[in-house]
Ligand binder design. Structure first.
Ligand SMILES: Cc1ncc(COP(=O)(O)O)c(C=O)c1O
Length: 432
């Protein structure tokens, strides 16, 4: 029998395959599918709450009224009626757009891919939050971008740091093409960019000549506090490209997202999309249309927000009881994620192996950086786990962390206070 110790195709792969990497979340998915595991890892919406009768009605209507259309190729840009629906959904967040500036994509992930394909040559600089959405990092590295992180705090990307980085890069002869941000309830930070920083970011885009890529799949999932204007709505100079998605507000299985951009940019993006998939699924676009045009999405979103708020509260109170002193974590006002950072020399990659043995999973912080940072942090998702299981999951996690501290103590590594209470980052809890 012939054995291949090396990959026999090695010499034929494109150079970019050397920098392509798998998303840590995808790798974890297979593990966390085991029923005994409480997964705080995947950023999954609570699709089990989707009303079955509405699903049946929409699919029956597609069959009765739009059978041929749903089975045929569609326009690369997406159906005009869906662009109108998208304008309506964005208006609910206070952003007025011209439907002619929309291009429908196969999920928000494709939107990131198409924008990167349109703007980035190998070696071009992309600046992003640190930590940043891992799926975007995967795309940027596939296109061989030079990705740099800009620190964030509980008000989002630190704009002073962005300015420092821009200056430093200019000094080194680099031009920054894209600044990618998730301003609302960021993945993985759970934080929201303040209004002042939003204003400054769009000003800087004009001053420095970069494109802001505003990725906003969670904006409508605010369950606390006042909505803030999108970067797109603050921008007066056409420097913002906005990415939206129905994944978190309807279903990720439907795979429908969108881009809002100036016509010149969309003209390029259309060619990129033709090369990728010709068009996004007409059937799925009709499904989204059925849901949005009937107005059913508004009630569904209200219900979802209530679910997520309850789950967030359950997670935060469990973290308060279980995480050791010196830990801190974000308090999201919407979305799916809490970002927690542990004290001392605790390493979340080590902890993850032990946590999985104890049937609880999370995503280690380093998955959200390209530079090895994030070792003491982890992303905890509360979106898809019922409250009691969330509490049990955090309890298991707390036990794993305490065991690890005991071990490090026994080895004389690090200093550990006796008391084991943590604190919420910023301590900012409001009841909006
Ligand atoms: C910030 C962000 N952008 C984009 C996506 C991609 O989602 P989709 O392709 O399902 O729209 C996700 C999914 O987790 C996300 O969190």
């Amino acid at each position: 029998m012939r054995k291949h110790h090396t990959d026999k195709y090695e010499s034929r792969y494109a150079g970019r395959t050397r920098v392509m990497r798998s998303s840590a979340m995808r790798d974890l998915m297979s593990l966390t599918a085991r029923p005994e595991i409480i997964s705080l890892a995947g950023g999954l919406p609570a699709t089990d709450a989707f009303p079955a009768e509405v699903f049946r009605r929409i699919t029956a209507e597609i069959g009765a009224e739009n059978l041929a259309l749903s089975l045929q190729y569609g326009p690369t840009e997406g159906f005009d009626f869906l662009k109108e629906d998208i304008a309506q959904v964005m208006a609910a967040e206070g952003t007025q757009i011209d439907p002619a500036h929309v291009l429908v994509t196969t999920g928000g992930q494709q939107a990131i891919d198409l924008i990167t394909k349109t703007f980035i040559d190998p070696g071009d600089v992309v600046l992003t939050e640190g930590p940043a959405y891992a799926g975007a990092l995967t795309t940027f590295s596939t296109y061989e971008a030079d990705v740099r992180h800009v620190a964030m705090d509980n008000q989002g990307m630190v704009i002073e740091e962005l300015e420092t980085e821009l200056t430093k890069l200019r000094g080194a002869g680099h031009r920054v093409k894209l600044v990618y941000v998730v301003p609302n309830f960021s993945n993985p930070g759970g934080t929201t960019m303040s209004l002042e920083r939003r204003r400054r970011l769009v000003e800087l885009a004009e001053e420095w000549g970069f494109i802001v890529v505003e990725d906003n799949p969670y904006g409508l999932l605010r369950f606390e506090g006042e909505p803030l204007p999108t970067l797109l709505s603050l921008d007066e100079h056409d420097n913002v490209v906005y990415l939206g998605s129905f994944s978190k507000i309807i279903s990720p299985g439907i795979r429908v997202g969108w881009i809002v951009a100036p016509p010149a940019i969309l003209g390029k993006v259309v060619f990129g999309k033709q090369a990728t998939d010709l068009c996004s699924s007409p059937y799925n676009q009709l499904f989204v249309h059925g849901f949005v045009a009937s107005g059913a999405w508004r009630d569904y979103l209200d219900k979802q927000r209530g679910i997520y708020r309850g789950r967030r509260d359950a997670m935060l109170s469990a973290l308060g009881e279980e995480l050791p002193r010196g830990s801190h974590w974000t308090v999201p006002e919407g979305g799916f994620f809490v970002w927690a950072t542990l004290p001392g020399s605790l390493d979340t990659a080590d902890l993850l192996v032990k946590a999985i043995d104890e049937n609880v999973a999370f995503v280690k912080g380093e998955a959200f950086f390209v530079n090895g940072e994030g070792g003491r942090s982890m992303r905890l998702s509360f979106s898809a786990v019922p409250e009691e299981r969330l509490q049990e999951g955090v309890r298991r996690l707390g036990a794993v962390i305490r065991d690890q501290i005991e071990l490090l103590r026994a080895l004389g590594l690090g200093e550990w206070p006796e008391d084991s209470e943590g604190e919420a980052m910023g301590g900012r809890r409001s009841d909006g």
